[in-house]
Design a protein around this ligand. Structure first.
Ligand code: HEC
Length: 152
């Protein structure tokens, strides 16, 4: 009897440990009028370094939004976003004066989130404004999605 109970407990433990969390799959359907790799119909669509950074920033900003809304710790300025100045774009011509200027403004806005935490919500939303300002000039496709980041 004892042995049975032991086995039963063991199997319950084993089954309940089964990891059912599924990895979210990013669907790329809202990137209309962003540059797309040309002439590669037979290859898998691969994100440029910049596009991958953008997707990462999107995820990180939605996590940051959640932390701000819950009043949790904000953490440190994510240094890796400085790659916005150097990452390769799908279309290298997109890295023009407008892009560089807006990238610098975006980084300034993001830094303020971490240095002036009293006004964190305002600075976060200014960061989102900076995403959108650049996208209005570069590629409008993701704007609807980016707007969801605003903290109301
Ligand atoms: C300085 C201009 C600029 C700023 C600031 C900027 N973006 Fe972008 N974003 C671009 C450009 C240009 C592309 C196209 C990149 C490429 O295809 O190489 C892009 C692409 C994207 C994409 C589509 C990536 C894909 O899957 O192809 C998303 C999503 C995105 N940006 C979200 C954001 C978010 C969120 C922010 C702010 C946290 C932001 N962007 C800030 C210029 C900018």
């Amino acid at each position: 009897m004892k042995k049975f109970i032991f086995l039963a407990t063991l199997s319950i433990t084993l089954f309940s440990c089964k990891n059912e969390a599924s990895t979210p799959v990013t669907t790329i359907k809202d990137t209309a009028n962003c540059a797309k790799p040309k002439g590669k119909e037979f290859e898998m669509y691969r994100l440029s370094e910049m596009a991958a950074l953008m997707e990462q920033m999107y995820v990180e900003n939605s996590q940051l939004k959640e932390r701000i809304e819950k009043g949790g710790a904000i953490g440190k300025f994510p240094e890796h976003i400085l790659k916005i100045h150097t990452a390769k774009l799908t279309d290298p011509d997109d890295n023009d004066a407008f892009f560089k200027d807006n990238a610098a403004k975006f980084i300034t806005a993001q830094r303020l989130i971490y240095s002036d935490t009293i006004n964190v919500k305002q600075h976060f939303n200014e960061g989102v404004d900076a995403c959108i300002t650049c996208h209005k000039g570069k590629c409008g496709g993701p704007i609807a999605r980016i707007k969801k980041l605003y903290i109301k």
